[in-house]
Structure formats: structure tokens, C-alpha cells
Design a protein around this ligand. Structure first.
Ligand code: SF4
Length: 335
């Protein structure tokens, strides 16, 4: 970790692979999701609105090559020597027959200056056949899997209709790591209302897995989602029955999210790179929370908070490990 930084940045991880700057270019591969088409569930995760993460140049009506070329033009003016990673972001990007996956991934890698792939997927959509292919691909091109863990608490996963368990995340991450593919775990902070895990427990649980990075964002209520209906109901209840409003679902305030993130980072294993701290959905889609702060400003504010509070990544990680070891030792003695 950079000694100046209170946490390990994603750029540090990428620097281990590339001697130049790389930029992720979102690309819509035209995939769907088993939690929407009825294979695992219908209607999707309760917070999901895929249109919230489509950039202007990532449009499935364009070919993968066209999307990437458009994305490259967007960045080339700022960084002329930039190289790119094709970021298969929308829906579940390993949810198709292997021949289709090969065609799409390899089309992306044919685009000049595209030096690797970032593939976002669900933990229950990673067959050994796909992993075997990615292992081969990874010998000539950079490949990283972004796996939607979201929470380590099965109660939370069930409540937000993920339609997979945490053990499926553990299994997918383990199998990907065994074949040498680095894994980024995608997690959402602010879901603890739906289960028992706090930010501390989420960080401790993730730290036990062989992940190379995490991508974090706050729970957001987006228009048209199931969560938006729950939020509306909650707001109505809050108005009519203010006495019970303390116990019902709400979004984290900015200061509460910063606190939760501080707890999360300070319990997280120090070698795990932090790809993102916060997300910003388009204003017209976002119901709550509306903090009015851009991600860059949030980053500065959060780093200041860590410094002022003497916090840094992994500050409490060692003591957690010691506690686990002590418990094991005492259990051993008790037989
Ligand atoms: S969040 Fe991912 S897994 Fe859930 S419905 Fe949306 S695309 Fe599918």
C-alpha cells in the first residue's frame, strides 16, 4: 500500500499488471440475467435498474467494437497514450453459451489498445467450462472478474431477492482464484436493515476470501425498482405513524455512510485494493440518497475523515485475526 494513502487504491493493483495508464470502457454485450428471465428469479434484485449504469457510449444497438471505439474517442482527448480494458458491465456477462462469450470477449480484445477484460457477473453464473476458457485467455490478455457478492449475509441476500447465497460467492471466488483469475468483489453498504451483518462483519467476512479488490457503493433507491416501492411505503408510514419510523427502512445519510465506510475499510485486509467508494446514479433516476456530492469530492472528504480519525485500511484487521486465533486455541484446549 502507498504509505501516503489510508487505503490501497485500485490504481496500485493495475500498476502491478500495466506499466501505463489503463481506463475501463463500459460495454453492453447484450446479455440478460438469470434473476430476470425466470431461471433463478423474476424482476431482478430489488435495487437493480440496469439503465442506471449505461454510459452514453455503451449502447447495445452498437457492436462491441463500435462501443469501444466510441469510448476510446471520449477519453483520447485527455490521455493520448491511454490503454483500455473492455468492461462488460450490464446484466450478467457470463450468462450465455461459451461460443457466444468467446465471440464477444474476443471481439473486444481485437480493438486496438484494448489490453484486457473486466467481466461483471453473478457468483452462480461461473461454470468450470467458462473459467477454464478465461484461464486460457488470461495467459495472453489481462482478465479480471467482478463478482456481485453484495453482502455476506444470506438474510440480506434473500431480502433483496439476489436469488443466490453467500456460499455460492465463496465457491465462485475460490474456483476463479484457483485458475489464476483475479477477483473484484462488488458490495453494497447500507443493507444492514435487511439482515444482521454490519459493515464490520461484511469486511471481516470478505477479508477471509482470496479477492484482489472490492468495489463498494452505497445503497441507492432508483426509480421503478422494487426498493423504490418499499421506500415510498416507508415514507408514507413515516408520515402517518412517526412513532415507528425509527425501525423502518431508510437510506444512509452522508455522514452515516462515511462512518460505515470507515468501519468497513479499517476492518478490511490491507492488500485488497479499493476500486470505488461510492456510486453516482443519474439524477433523473435517483430517488435517495441525494447527497449532492460528486465521487471525486466524496473521496477527498472520506480521506480527510480517515486521517482526522486515525483510521486506515486494515487498522483492526490484525486484532480480528488474533481474536479468531485465540478462540481456535481455546477451543482446541477445551477438548
Ligand atoms: S443486479 Fe445484477 S443480478 Fe441483480 S437483477 Fe440486476 S443484473 Fe441481475
Amino acid at each position: 500500500m502507498n504509505v501516503q494513502a489510508p487505503y490501497r487504491k485500485y490504481a496500485d493493483l493495475l500498476a502491478e499488471y500495466f506499466p501505463y495508464k489503463v481506463q475501463k470502457l463500459p460495454v453492453d454485450g447484450g446479455f440478460t440475467c438469470p434473476n430476470r428471465d425466470g431461471t433463478k428469479g423474476r424482476g431482478g434484485c430489488s435495487y437493480c435498474l440496469n439503465s442506471s449504469f449505461h454510459p452514453a457510449y455503451g449502447q447495445s444497438s452498437l457492436s462491441i467494437t463500435e462501443q469501444l471505439e466510441k469510448g476510446k474517442r471520449f477519453f483520447a482527448g485527455h490521455y493520448p497514450n491511454m490503454k483500455y480494458l473492455a468492461y462488460f458491465q450490464s446484466f450478467t456477462n457470463t450468462y450465455a453459451p461459451l461460443t457466444e462469450l468467446k465471440r464477444k470477449y474476443e471481439e473486444a480484445l481485437q480493438v486496438p489498445d484494448v489490453v484486457g477484460l473486466v467481466i461483471s457477473t453473478r457468483p452462480d453464473c461461473l461454470s468450470d467450462e467458462v473459467l477454464h476458457y478465461l484461464k486460457q485467455l488470461h495467459t495472453s490478455s489481462f482478465v479480471i472478474l467482478e463478482i456481485g457478492v453484495e453482502s455476506c449475509d444470506d438474510q440480506i441476500l434473500k431480502a433483496v431477492n439476489r436469488c443466490h447465497t453467500f456460499s455460492e460467492s465463496e465457491d465462485a471466488i475460490e474456483r476463479a482464484t484457483v485458475v489464476g483469475i483475479p477477483v473484484c468483489a462488488h458490495v453494497i453498504l447500507g443493507l444492514s436493515h435487511f439482515g444482521t451483518y454490519t459493515a464490520r462483519e461484511e469486511a471481516q467476512c470478505l477479508s477471509k476470501m482470496p479477492i484482489s479488490s472490492v468495489k463498494i457503493h452505497q445503497l441507492q433507491i432508483l426509480r421503478g425498482t422494487k426498493l423504490a416501492h418499499l421506500y415510498d411505503e416507508t415514507m408514507r408510514q413515516q408520515t402517518s405513524e412517526p412513532m415507528i419510523s425509527q425501525q423502518i427502512f431508510s437510506c444512509l445519510s452522508l455522514s452515516k455512510y462515511i462512518d460505515e465506510l470507515g468501519v468497513f475499510i479499517s476492518h478490511l485486509r490491507p492488500d485488497i485494493a479499493i476500486e470505488r467508494l461510492v456510486s453516482q446514479s443519474p439524477s433523473e433516476l435517483l430517488i435517495a440518497p441525494r447527497w449532492g456530492m460528486k465521487p471525486e469530492a466524496f473521496q477527498l472528504c472520506f480521506e480527510k475523515y480517515l486521517t482526522e480519525n486515525g483510521l486506515f485500511q486494515g487498522k483492526f484487521y490484525d486484532s480480528f485475526l488474533r481474536n479468531v486465533a485465540n478462540k481456535r486455541t481455546s477451543n482446541d484446549i477445551q477438548y
